[in-house]
Structure formats: C-alpha cells, structure tokens
Design a protein around this ligand. Structure first.
Ligand code: TMP
Ligand code: MG
Length: 297
C-alpha cells in the first residue's frame, strides 16, 4: 500500500520530485498531506513569513528589498542614513544567517539591528503619505505564482496569517499593490505609529525580530484565536526562527513546514533539513506551495 501511496504523490505532485526539493522524511510529508487532504480546506490555515518567503530573494540578478530595505530610499531618508542602514544590513544580516551560531546567540544582535534601524527611521521623520510611492518605486517582487497562491486561499476561504518581522505598513502596501490583500489575510508585524501630522514617531507594540516569533505568536493570541477552527497548518518560512510562528495554534493537529533555503545553501542545508519537512533550494517560485495547496483543497 505504501508503494502505491508513494506512486500517488509522484503522479499527483510532480513538483515534489524536482532536484531543488529535499525532504528528510518523505513518508511523514505524505502522511501529513493525506491527513490534510482528508480534512479539506475547511480545516486548513496557512501561516507564512513575508520577506524572502512570499517575496523573492533575488530577481534578475539583484537582491529583492525586504520591507525595511524599501524604506532605505532617498525619498524618505537622507543620504547619510541610507549609508548607515546599508552598513547595518551588511553587519547584521550575515549574523542572522550564520550557520555556526544558534538562535540564542543571534538574538541580542537581532535586537540591536532592529532597534538601531527603527531609531534611525524615527529620527528621519518618515511620512505616512510617502510610503505607497516608496513601494511603487522599489524593486519589491512577490515569488512567481504568489498571486495564484493568495487567490486560491481567498477562494477556498483558507485563512492566511502573514507573520513578519518586517514593517507591517510596507508589507500591506506591497500586497495591496499586487492586488492580493484579500479579506482572509491577517498580519502580525511591526507597525508604524504616526503623529497627527502623519510623521513617524514610534513603532507600535512589542518588537518582532526574526528570532522572537514564538513570543509574538503567543502574545497575539487574540488574532490567532480567529484561526482556531483550523487545526491543520501549512507553514512557510526562510529562517529557522520562522518555525515558531505556529506556536500560538494550541489546537494544531497536522503541521507541514516548508523552508525556502535562499542563501548560504550548503552551510545551512543540514539544519534546514532537520527542521523543515520540505526544503526548497534556491527556488524563487511558489510552485511547491501551490502544488501542495492544490492537493489538499
Ligand atoms: P520577515 O520576518 O518578514 O522575513 O522580515 C525580517 C527580515 O528583514 C529579516 O530577514 C531581516 C530583514 N531586515 C532587513 O532586511 N533590513 C533591516 O533593516 C532589518 C532590521 C531587517
Ligand atoms: Mg523572511
């Protein structure tokens, strides 16, 4: 029977046989997918990271900007600050993805990075009414097939929680400009707080960085409670820190995790394989998540 099942996934989901797809335990993936298929769309929710998960890592040979990096624009901040922000990125991003450090070791550096960047942005008195233009002028681009992913979830009324350590206001603008900000989309992120004249004065709530998503998931219980009727979770991320995004779902029955391994691929392959059910190597598309979705719903 198992052989027939394996055959089934091979014919029904040819995307999973690509060389860019790796699985530590194929049988676990298949069992989970069949259980999710049996329960159907009504039992499913999707929890996804944003930067470099729903957006591409690189496009036409150039790095795609994260929501923070979209703000690193001369329209919004002065020349001195753009240089500073770039320097901070070059200092801290390598730490974020360093395979030789564990999350606890990275955590203080991440807090430092986010705090410095947010302080800088506040100092620059960014205006709310200029954000849309900054997004339009940027090279932000969703993964190929991402619109189909959003549209399918909306059609099937599957809730999509986007859990991002990026900037919520920018994230919303990116998905709005891509016409995929559907009513089933919920967002947990760092939101800007503007004064009455529309000038950035602070960031709201507790800071979310790439390695404290567990705390965020637990403290946003109210938002997550809307998703409590959906015990099956498809989780997408590009960082080991993203795996804790589903920690607030206390009623989870089946969780299938997909990790986009974009950068430092050889160095991080082993840890990704040990942590995510499915690992996608340098894959700039949503082909695999779309195929999984087609199979389940
Ligand atoms: P994510 O949770 O949506 O992936 O967003 C966090 C990403 O943003 C993470 O990979 C680090 C990145 N980042 C920047 O690119 N620039 C910055 O200034 C900061 C603070 C984070
Ligand atoms: Mg990310």
């Amino acid at each position: 029977i198992l052989a027939i099942w394996h055959q089934l996934t091979k014919t029904e989901i040819p995307e999973l046989t690509r060389v860019s797809v790796m699985m530590r335990e194929r049988s676990r993936v298949e069992d989970t997918m069949y259980a999710m298929q049996k329960a159907g769309a009504g039992s499913l929710q999707v929890i996804s990271d944003f930067d470099m998960t729903l957006t591409k890592f690189a496009h036409k040979g150039k790095r795609v900007p994260t929501t923070h990096n979209i703000l690193n624009n001369r329209l919004l901040i002065d020349d001195d600050s753009t240089v500073k922000m770039k320097k901070l990125f070059n200092t801290y991003y390598p730490i974020e993805i360093d395979a030789s450090l564990n999350p606890e070791e990275k955590l203080p550096y991440m807090v430092e990075w986010w705090t410095k960047v947010h302080d800088l942005l506040i100092q620059q008195r960014i205006r709310k009414d200029e954000l849309a233009r900054a997004v339009r002028d940027s090279n932000a681009v969703l993964r190929e097939g991402c619109s189909a992913f959003f549209d399918c979830l909306a059609e099937q009324r599957v809730p999509l929680l986007i859990f991002s350590a990026g900037v919520g206001d920018i994230l919303e603008e990116v998905i709005r400009q891509n016409h995929v900000f559907h009513p089933n989309v919920h967002i947990i992120s760092n939101y800007m707080d503007f004064d009455h004249t529309g000038v950035l004065q602070a960031f709201k709530g507790q800071l979310i960085h790439s390695y404290n998503k567990r705390a965020g998931a637990l403290s946003h219980g109210a938002t997550l409670r809307e998703l409590h009727g959906q015990p099956n979770v498809l989780l997408l991320g590009d960082s080991l820190g993203d795996l804790s995004m589903a920690d607030g779902v206390s009623t989870a029955q089946n969780i299938l995790t997909v990790g986009f391994l974009n950068d430092q691929v050889e160095e991080r392959k082993e840890s990704f394989l040990n942590s995510f059910d499915i690992v996608l190597l340098r894959d700039e598309t949503m082909d695999v998540p779309n195929a999984i979705l087609r199979f389940i719903v």
